[in-house]
Design a binder for this molecule. Structure first.
Ligand code: NAD
Length: 496
């Protein structure tokens, strides 16, 4: 057991009466209003509380972002924008332990995951976006209009920031996903109002303070805390020119409709998945198992890109389930603040109830291969679980559990594999595990998913576009793909 000591700075931050972060300042809110308690999912004890943003709170944040867009940020050169994002990344590095502890205390993420994935990747992404600030450009073109009297024509395009962006963030990787949106907005010259999840809000509130320290002008990043209703006020604002949402499919669809009604506000949606990992006949199970199980069960399966359906070639099925069950039973379940824990709690009570419902369903129908139990005592702990399925219409095959609950299904032929993989409303990610690269290359085009990995899964890299097909989303983040979403393409023609 190696229990982490909570930093004094974290304790002080938890004790603050948190409001919103608007125009570079912490905004006190009326104390008589209802607040949301933030619960540590490992102990079920409150750790802090946040305010519920009202319509006037949202309006104040949007007005500040609009003012900063037209004035402070518009007067900043691309080079300065890149520098300030890099400075923010420096400060995240300097405050890494503080941010990691805030994440772990409110999400139950293992402390080493908060440190080495959430915070470390936040730095990587911020620096990647910083680099784009000086590289966004248009094109020149030669119009084909005939010249009657010797006049000439030229044309060019310019990419201009859309304006104020609304970023709506889920609870699973609040800081990192929040910074995907901040990085994309700021590097293109947009400003942003973020609405973090009501379950994990603190790391983004702290980040907004660091942004001021980094020299990012007041109003460029604003945070309004609260529930889905607060998010709705944000999307309804006429001054919001783009909504960048990450979360569940039902919320994404509601937000998409609302944004369209609001004079066609641009919207990008990064939604859920029921991702497949296909383990082909030639695969050595011992070789792939640690990486595959890590991909599925990291952060207790609460990763949108993680595989929830393992398709195993019939010839390897028995070996696979036997070895996977042994490996999962060795996961050390424990406090997320204990550095030796391998598996922590689910992140919040409603999600715990949802996963329990799926486990109950699996028990009722004798589908448990291993795991399946809720851990008695305090905290939202369940065992990592493998299931059989009762056919392609089984809810456990169809619905995203977003938890440590993975189906294992045998297949015989490539045709059967592809038909089962694609039997889903989702299309976020997939992976193929094989040494037969020619076969993998033939399967890749047939898989309905935004990302396909070979011999790996859930590797998000800023240089590689990420997003879903079908109900898993609309639009792409990262690489140069995000630029189109955060800028308007203006065409200019000149006669001379
Ligand atoms: P959620 O949809 O319940 O909530 C996401 C955010 O939207 C929260 O901040 C919430 O307060 C807000 N919200 C809820 N209703 C709203 C409304 N009507 N208008 C505006 N805002 C509203 O999702 P969650 O439970 O926080 O996150 C889990 C889901 O997110 C899973 O489905 C997971 O797959 C998905 N996810 C996707 C990605 C991706 O990149 N594709 C990444 C992480 C999580």
């Amino acid at each position: 057991m190696n229990q982490v000591q909570i930093l004094a700075s974290v304790q002080t931050f938890l004790q603050r009466q948190h409001g919103h972060f608007i125009h570079g300042q912490h905004i006190e809110v009326d104390d008589t209003r209802t607040r949301i308690e933030l619960i540590n999912p490992a102990t079920e004890q409150p750790v802090s509380s946040i305010a519920i943003g009202t319509k006037p709170d949202v309006e104040a944040a949007v007005n500040s972002a609009q003012d900063a867009f037209l004035n402070a940020w518009a007067n900043t050169s691309p080079y300065e924008r890149g520098q300030k994002l890099n400075k923010l990344a420096d400060l995240v590095e300097q405050h890494a332990e503080e941010l990691a502890q805030l994440e772990t205390l409110t999400t139950g993420k293992l402390i080493n995951l908060s440190r080495h994935l959430e915070v470390a990747q936040t730095v990587v992404f911020l620096r990647y976006f910083a680099g784009w600030a000086t590289k966004i450009h248009g094109q020149t073109m030669q119009p084909s209009i005939p010249s009657a009297n010797g006049e000439k024509y030229t044309a060019y395009t310019v990419r201009q920031p859309v304006g104020v962006v609304a970023g709506i963030v889920p609870w699973n990787f609040s800081l990192m996903i929040g910074c995907w949106k901040i990085g994309s907005a700021l590097t293109t010259g947009c400003t942003i109002v973020l609405k973090p999840s009501e379950f994990t809000t603190l790391s983004l509130l702290r980040l907004a303070e660091l942004a001021i320290e980094a020299g990012i002008p007041a109003g460029v990043i604003n945070i309004v805390t609260g529930t889905g209703e607060t998010g709705q006020y944000l999307i309804d604002s006429k001054k919001i020119k783009k909504v960048s949402f990450t979360g569940s499919v039902p919320t994404g669809i509601a937000i998409g409709k609302q944004a369209m009604h609001n004079d066609l506000t641009r919207v990008s949606l990064e939604l859920g998945g029921k991702n497949a990992a296909a383990i082909l006949a030639d695969t050595q199970i011992d070789e792939i198992l640690p990486t595959l199980l890590q991909a599925s069960f990291v952060h207790q399966g609460q990763v949108c890109a993680a595989p929830e359906r393992f398709f195993v070639h019939r010839s390897k099925y028995e070996e696979f389930i036997q070895k996977a069950a042994v490996a999962l039973q060795q996961f050390k379940i424990g406090s997320p603040l204990d550095e030796s824990s391998m598996f922590g709690p689910l992140s919040n009570k409603p999600h715990f109830e949802k996963v329990k419902h799926y486990l109950d369903l699996a028990h009722q129908n004798n589908q448990i291969i291993c795991g399946g139990k809720v851990i008695a005592g305090t905290g939202y702990f369940v065992e990592p679980t493998l299931l059989t399925v009762r056919g392609i219409d089984d809810p456990l095959f169809i619905e995203e559990t977003f938890g440590p609950v993975v189906d294992v299904i045998a297949f015989e032929s490539d045709e059967e594999l592809i038909s089962m993989v694609n039997h889903s409303r989702f299309g976020l990610t997939a992976s193929i595990w094989t040494n037969d690269l020619a076969k993998a290359l033939r399967l890749i085009p047939q898989i309905e998913a935004g990302s396909v990995w070979v011999n790996m899964h859930t590797f998000l890299d800023p240089a590689v576009p990420f997003g879903g097909v079908k109900a898993s989303g609309l639009g792409r983040e990262f690489s140069d793909a995000f630029i189109e979403d955060y800028t308007e393409l203006k065409s200019v023609m000149i006669r001379y």
